[in-house]
Design a protein around this ligand. Structure first.
Ligand SMILES: *Cc1c(COP(=O)(O)O)cnc(C)c1O
Length: 391
């Protein structure tokens, strides 16, 4: 284990909400990170779909340091150029008119969106089985996983969960007292689950029939992850609310709610707030991420390298490979995902297991073809290792 003393100090001083850290990391550059013993790892997790520009990208470092040197924080009694530019930019990227609320994380973006849905005068929500929307009490109420929810019940609200991708079940659950349908256009924590063709359109129709909002959680799937700015874009559906976070500022904490049209006025003065939300450093970071994705052609890169990875991951032990762009999940034919992750670390690759047999890859969008090939050359060894250990 890298740097045992640091791990011991961690255990003694940091709350044990995450289990023991697998590595103590010291620095990063591009798609690689180094641990405190100087060992290098190819980072195919990217801080859980966050470091879209990889590590220490000069554009992000420059934007953040320049902004911090100029004006680092002002509170929401005031505004700054980066805050307004980011709101305008997000509306343009999503191709909608409306308004933006800026927060500091995914769960906070969802919490704000949840409060927005209450302003419709309705309280019932329909969410999806397998969903993950965050850990604050409101976001947790929309998250389906029993192990996350049950210790903290009662949770706020009146939420019905329906099977993800099942349009008929959705239609049966939504009523005239439903405030919103909330779903991830591609489910992340569930193991990168892409819904059947037409599901988003159906969700839009069902919501419209009952005057409910359609709220898409793009916290993980957005900001280029799927090879497009948002995962919903290809569907042609226009949602009422979109939440963004993870990749948005490339590793600087941020979250955003984009509310379309007059839904942007549902929250008014005094309804919600955040001390840090919209701060100029995070906004400048997000603007640098967006500019760099455009300048370096990273949507195209995600599409191209993602395709190569999905092809190359095929293996007799791999039952299914799913995903779009660099948002990739795969199921193994046995419960050895944790062993594959452990083998990855021994071979200098950071992977992630979302379930006993499910592995997720959410690498930086700057991952090159050569680096993808470098990983694919090791992939069969990781599987042999994991299956050998299980035998
Ligand atoms: C990670 C995630 C969240 C929560 O974001 P945090 O920044 O961890 O609070 C919400 N929704 C989705 C879809 C996510 O993947």
């Amino acid at each position: 284990m890298a740097d045992a003393p640091l791990q011991e100090r961690y255990t003694a001083s940091v709350m044990n909400t995450f289990g023991p850290p697998r590595l103590a990391l010291a620095r990063g550059e591009g798609v690689y990170v180094w641990d405190t013993d100087g060992r290098r790892y190819l980072d195919l997790l990217a801080g859980i779909a966050v470091n879209v520009l990889g590590h220490a990208h000069p554009a992000l470092v420059g934007a953040v340091t320049d902004q911090l040197r100029t004006l680092g924080h002002v509170s929401n009694f005031f505004t700054t150029e980066p805050q307004v530019r980011l709101a305008e930019r997000l509306l343009a990227l999503l191709g909608v008119e409306g308004r933006v609320f800026l927060a500091n994380s995914g769960t906070e973006a969802n919490e704000a969106a949840l409060k927005l849905t209450r302003r419709t005068g309705r309280t019932h929500l329909v969410a999806m089985q397998g969903s993950f929307h965050g850990r604050t009490m409101g976001a947790l109420a929309l998250t389906s996983k029993a192990a996350y929810r049950e210790p903290f019940e009662p949770l706020p609200g009146d939420v019905t969960f329906v099977p993800y991708g099942d349009g008929d079940a959705l239609a049966a659950a939504v009523t005239d007292r439903t405030a919103a349908v909330v779903l991830e256009p591609v489910q992340g924590e569930a193991g990168v689950v892409v819904p059947p063709e037409g599901f988003l359109t159906r969700a839009r129709d069902v919501a419209d029939e009952h005057g409910a909002l359609l709220w898409l959680d793009e916290v993980q799937s957005g900001m280029g992850r799927t090879g497009a700015w948002t995962a919903f874009a290809a569907s042609g559906v226009v949602p009422d609310v979109v939440t963004l976070a993870k990749g948005l500022a490339g590793g600087i904490p941020i979250g955003a709610v984009v509310a379309v049209g007059d839904r942007g006025s549902l929250l008014g003065p005094g309804d919600h707030g955040s001390t840090f939300g919209g701060n100029p450093v995070a906004a400048a970071a997000a603007l640098a991420v967006i500019d760099t994705i455009e300048r370096e052609g990273l949507l195209e890169n995600a599409t191209k390298v993602g395709e190569r990875l999905r092809d190359g991951l095929a293996h007799p032990h791999v039952a299914e490979v799913r995903g779009r762009g660099l948002f990739i999940g795969l199921d193994l034919d046995a419960d050895v995902a944790a062993a594959v992750v452990a083998s990855g670390l021994r071979h200098g690759v950071i992977l992630n297991a979302t379930g006993p047999r499910t592995v997720r890859l959410v690498p930086p969008l700057v991952l090159g073809t050569d680096q993808a090939e470098e990983f694919l050359a090791t992939w069969p060894t990781l599987l042999d290792d994991a299956y050998g250990a299980a035998r």
